[in-house]
Design a protein around this ligand. Structure first.
Ligand SMILES: CC(C)(COP(=O)(O)OP(=O)(O)OC[C@H]1O[C@@H](n2cnc3c(N)ncnc32)[C@H](O)[C@@H]1OP(=O)(O)O)[C@@H](O)C(=O)NCCC(=O)NCCS
Length: 182
C-alpha cells in the first residue's frame, strides 16, 4: 500500500483554528494549543517556523520552533546565547503512525539549520526523536530550565555544520514565558 506523503508548509492565518484542534486532540487537552497561541502573540515567534502538515488539503499535524535563550554557566546578564526550542508537535490521532510527525520534524530541522542559532532543544518522547539526530542535552552541557526533566527526554540537536569552528555552547535553557514554566 502506498502511504500518501503529507505536504509540509508554513502556517498561514486561515490555519490557526485547525492548528489548535490538532493539539487539543493530539494531547487530549487545551494546554499545548494555548502555548502555541501565546507563542504566536509574543517575541519568541519565528514566522516561517510554524509548520503544518496537510493531507488532501486538510491540516493533520503541526510543529513550531521558537526562540529560547541559553544562559551560560555563571549566568552573567548580557551573555545569553540565542537558541531554538522545538514544540509543541502534534498529529491528529487518526493520522498518527504513518510518518506525518517525522515529515514535520525533518522540515522543522531543515528550516532551523537555515538560521544561525547553534542548537535546538526539546522535551519529548525519546523513541520519536532518536532517528532524527537528537542527543541527551545534558550530555553536551545543556541543562533544562526545570531540573526534574528526565535525562532521556531532555534532548538537543547541534545545528552547526560539521567542522564548524564555533566553540561549543553550554548553559541552562530559559524558555519564553509562553511555556508558563515560571
Ligand atoms: C508524537 C507524534 C507527534 C508523532 O507523530 P506521528 O505522525 O505519529 O509519528 P511517525 O508516524 O512519524 O512516527 C515516527 C516514529 O516514532 C515512533 N513514535 C511516535 N510516537 C511515539 C511516542 N509517543 N513514543 C515513542 N515513539 C513514538 C513511531 O512508532 C515511529 O517509529 P517507527 O518509524 O519505528 O515505526 C504524534 O504521535 C502525536 O501527536 N502524539 C501526541 C502528542 C505528543 O505526544 N506530542 C509530542 C510530545 S514529545
Amino acid at each position: 500500500m502506498t502511504v500518501e506523503q503529507p505536504r509540509i508548509r508554513p502556517e498561514v492565518a486561515p490555519d490557526i483554528d485547525a492548528i489548535a484542534r490538532v493539539h487539543d486532540r493530539a494531547f487530549g487537552g487545551p494546554e499545548e494549543a494555548a502555548i502555541v497561541e501565546r507563542l504566536r502573540a509574543g517575541d519568541a515567534w519565528l514566522p516561517g517556523l510554524s509548520l503544518v502538515a496537510e493531507l488532501d488539503g486538510r491540516v493533520v499535524g503541526h510543529v513550531v520552533v521558537s526562540r529560547a535563550a541559553l544562559v551560560p554557566p555563571g549566568g552573567e546578564a548580557g551573555r545569553e546565547i540565542a537558541i531554538l526550542a522545538l514544540g509543541p508537535i502534534g498529529v491528529l490521532p487518526e493520522f498518527q503512525g504513518r510518518g506525518v510527525g517525522t515529515a514535520l520534524m525533518r522540515a522543522a530541522i531543515a528550516a532551523a539549520r537555515r538560521r544561525s542559532e547553534p542548537v535546538v532543544v526539546l522535551l519529548g518522547h525519546p523513541g520519536f526523536y532518536r532517528g532524527l539526530g537528537f542527543v541527551r542535552a545534558r550530555s553536551i552541557g545543556i541543562e533544562p530550565q526545570v531540573d526534574t526533566w528526565p535525562d532521556e527526554a531532555w534532548l538537543a540537536l547541534d545545528l552547526r555544520s560539521p567542522g564548524s569552528a564555533s566553540p561549543p555552547v553550554a548553559g541552562r535553557v530559559r524558555y519564553t514565558d509562553a511555556f508558563s514554566l515560571h
